[in-house]
Design a protein around this ligand. Structure first.
Ligand SMILES: N[C@@H](CCC(=O)N[C@@H](CS)C(=O)NCC(=O)O)C(=O)O
Length: 221
């Protein structure tokens, strides 16, 4: 049976959601984040990077959300949650499947790091580190996040879902950047289509089932 190596409150929530959407049976092996927020070292026994998500299935170990989503849709989707090949929707699907982690998450991760940095610096250096972090966030990171949020808003103004009129696995993949932006990137009423997207996905029964299985998920609140 397919196994999801699930780190609490992490991107592997997306994988549980996709499996619930497709009705694929799976089991969960759970890992708890350390106080540092890093994954425990046991996850490195499954994949050398020790990041989440990782799945194991039929002797394969697959890491990286986009690759996992492709594998699950190929292996178990039976044509569901993916637009037909050689259509404009398929091109958009492929784009968003890669874009979510390849581009969108980068400034959001920078935001997290620079926001945490002052609090994790030695007390004496904290005021200086705080000033530098604030400057980097204001001049470099926040404008980038804003550009991405505007881009999502314009995409979702032309169609209900990221790849077109139909819900696809690209929406599952894009959920994490939008949830992260809503939690810490300033996504709010200025981006109503993005907020409506989040409300739509949170209302899906499969999303809710995945939350029950995965446990507390702060990014998705
Ligand atoms: N691009 C990777 C990112 C993986 C990643 O950074 N996962 C985070 C959880 S959301 C993680 O494992 N953090 C714990 C750590 O870095 O030790 C993917 O999409 O799978």
């Amino acid at each position: 049976m397919l196994t999801v190596h699930h780190l609490n409150n992490s991107r592997s929530q997306r994988v549980l959601w996709l499996l619930e959407e497709l009705g694929v049976p799976y089991e969960i092996v759970r890992y708890q984040r350390q106080p540092s927020m890093l994954a425990p070292k046991e996850l490195r026994q499954i994949h050398p990077l020790g990041k989440s998500p990782v799945i194991t299935d039929n002797g394969n170990t697959i890491a990286e959300s986009g690759a996992i989503i492709e594998y699950i849709v190929d292996s178990y989707g039976e044509g569901r949650l993916i637009p037909p090949p050689k259509t404009p929707e398929r091109l958009r699907y492929t784009y968003y499947l890669h874009y979510a982690e390849g581009s969108a998450m980068f400034p959001l991760l920078q935001k997290l790091i620079f926001s945490l940095l002052p609090g994790r610096s030695p007390a004496l250096m904290r005021p200086v580190v705080g000033m530098i972090s604030k400057k980097v966030l204001a001049t470099m990171v926040d404008p980038q996040i804003r550009t991405h949020m505007d881009f999502w808003e314009s995409t979702l103004s032309t169609s209900e879902w990221f790849a077109g009129a139909q819900f696809t696995a690209a929406d599952v993949q894009m959920s994490f950047p939008l949830e992260a932006a809503s939690a810490r990137g300033g996504l709010g009423p200025e981006h109503p289509k993005c907020l409506a997207f989040l409300a739509r996905i949170h209302a899906r029964p499969a999303y809710q089932r995945a939350l029950e299985k995965g446990g507390p998920y702060q990014v998705g609140r």
